[in-house]
Write a protein that binds this ligand. Structure first.
Ligand SMILES: Cc1cc2nc3c(=O)[nH]c(=O)nc-3n(C[C@H](O)[C@H](O)[C@H](O)COP(=O)(O)O)c2cc1C
Length: 340
C-alpha cells in the first residue's frame, strides 16, 4: 500500500464523518463535536494549524555530512521517532456508525501500526467504559505497548483505571485533565471535573508508572503540573475540542518550556501535520509530538499497515527537514533552526 491508496480507501468508507481533506486544518469540520471538528467556531483547531504554518525555518546545508538520527528515549523506552499517535476515543459517536470501526478496531490499528514503526500510540477514554477498556485490551495483546489516557473521573475511578493499566504492562499512563468540562460526559452520567494539585498528587503517588498530564496551555498550569510529581505534560488544547478561542499550542509552547526548565518531558499536539512541523516544535523546546486526526485517516484507510506507513512518512519528512537545517540528532534541533 502507498499513501495515495490509503487516502483513496479512507475517502470511500461509507458514513465516515471525516471528509479526508487535502489539508487537515479544521475548516471543513468546524463546530462538529461530536465529530472530528473543533468546538463552536472551530477557531482553536484552525489556529493550531495556522500558527504552525506561520513559523519559517533556516535552510543550511554547508556542513560535513552526518547520518541523521531521529531516535530518542522517553520514560525509559527507546523510540525511532519523536512522533506518537494521540488518544482518540469514542470512534462511533465521532466518526459514524456505518463503517464498523469501533474503539477496539481503531486502537488495534494504532497500537500495532505505531509499534511496527518503532513508536507508541496513546489510547482514549470516554462516556462508555468500553472506550477505555477495549483499547486497553489491545494494549495487553501487544505486550503493554501503549499509553492509556484516563479522563479526570472521581479519584477511586481514576485509581481503578490506573491499576488496570498497570496489569496490562504499560510503560506510562496519562490523564487528559483538559477534559474537565466535557458536558457530554456528565449527561451520560459519568461526570468529570477539574482536579487540584493535591488530588493529582494522590493519584500520581498511587502508581510507580511515569504519569503524563495532557492539556496544559499556560506557564502557570505547567508549574502546577510540576508540583503534582508528573513526569511529563502534553501541551494541548485537545485539538480545539474543549474550549473555543484558546491560543494555538505552538504559541504557548515557549513560555511553558521556560516554566518547566527541563524538569519534565514536554510533548505537544494540535495541528501537527508534517515532519517539518515536528522539527519546528522540537526547535521550540518540545521533546516529542502527538498527532490526532490524521492518524484516524491512516487507520481507516489502511489499518495497522496504514498507521505504520503514515508514521514512517512523517518520520522521513523529519529526517529530511533535519538534513536541510543541519541537525544530525534531535538534541541538535535548537531555536537556531527557526527563522526570526
Ligand atoms: C474525535 C476525537 C476524539 C478525541 N478523544 C480524546 C480522548 O479520548 N482523550 C484525549 O486525551 N484526547 C482526545 N482527543 C484529542 C486528541 O488526543 C489530540 O489532543 C488532538 O486531536 C490533537 O490535535 P490534532 O488532531 O490537530 O493533531 C480527541 C480528538 C478527536 C478529534
Amino acid at each position: 500500500m502507498d499513501f495515495k491508496k490509503l487516502i483513496g480507501n479512507a475517502k470511500q468508507i461509507e458514513g465516515f464523518k471525516c471528509r479526508v481533506c487535502p489539508q487537515c486544518n479544521g475548516k471543513a469540520c468546524r463546530g462538529e463535536v461530536p465529530g472530528p471538528g473543533g468546538k463552536d467556531s472551530g477557531m482553536a483547531f484552525i489556529r493550531n494549524y495556522d500558527k504552525l504554518n506561520e513559523i519559517k525555518v533556516n535552510l543550511d546545508t554547508i556542513y560535513a555530512p552526518v547520518s541523521v538520527d531521529t531516535s530518542l528515549e522517553l520514560f525509559g523506552k527507546p523510540f525511532r521517532y519523536p512522533i506518537f499517535a494521540a488518544p482518540i476515543g469514542g470512534l462511533i459517536p465521532n466518526y459514524g456508525d456505518k463503517h464498523g470501526i469501533d474503539d477496539y478496531h481503531y486502537s488495534k490499528a494504532i497500537i500495532e501500526g505505531c509499534k511496527r514503526a518503532g513508536t507508541i500510540g496513546f489510547t482514549g477514554d470516554g462516556a462508555k467504559d468500553e472506550f477505555y477498556t477495549e483499547p486497553l485490551r489491545v494494549i495487553q495483546e501487544n505486550e503493554g505497548w501503549g499509553i492509556p489516557t484516563i479522563k479526570p473521573w472521581k479519584q477511586e475511578e481514576v485509581i481503578k483505571r490506573i491499576e488496570l493499566a498497570e496489569k496490562a504492562g504499560v510503560p506510562a499512563v496519562a490523564m487528559d485533565i483538559d477534559a474537565a468540562g466535557l458536558i457530554l460526559l456528565a449527561m451520560a452520567g459519568k461526570p468529570v471535573s477539574p482536579k487540584p494539585v493535591e488530588e493529582l498528587k494522590e493519584i500520581i503517588s498511587a502508581t510507580k508508572l511515569p504519569f503524563i498530564l495532557k492539556g496544559i496551555m499556560t506557564a502557570k498550569g505547567a508549574e502546577k503540573a510540576l508540583e503534582t510529581g508528573a513526569s511529563g505534560i502534553v501541551v494541548s488544547n485537545h485539538g480545539g475540542r474543549v474550549l473555543d478561542h484558546t491560543p494555538a499550542t505552538v504559541e504557548v509552547l515557549p513560555e511553558i518550556v521556560r516554566a518547566v526548565g527541563g524538569k519534565m518531558k514536554i510533548l505537544i499536539d494540535g495541528g501537527i501535520r508534517t515532519g517539518l512541523d515536528v522539527l519546528k516544535v522540537l526547535a521550540l523546546g518540545a521533546d516529542g509530538v502527538l498527532i490526532g486526526r490524521p492518524y484516524v485517516v491512516a487507520a481507516f484507510g489502511g489499518a495497522a499497515e496504514g498507521v505504520e506507513l503514515y508514521t514512517n512518512r512523517i518520520g522521513v519528512e523529519l529526517e529530511e527537514a533535519m538534513l536541510m537545517t543541519g541537525c544530525g540528532s534531535l538534541q541538535e534541533i535548537t531555536s537556531e533552526v527557526i527563522y526570526k
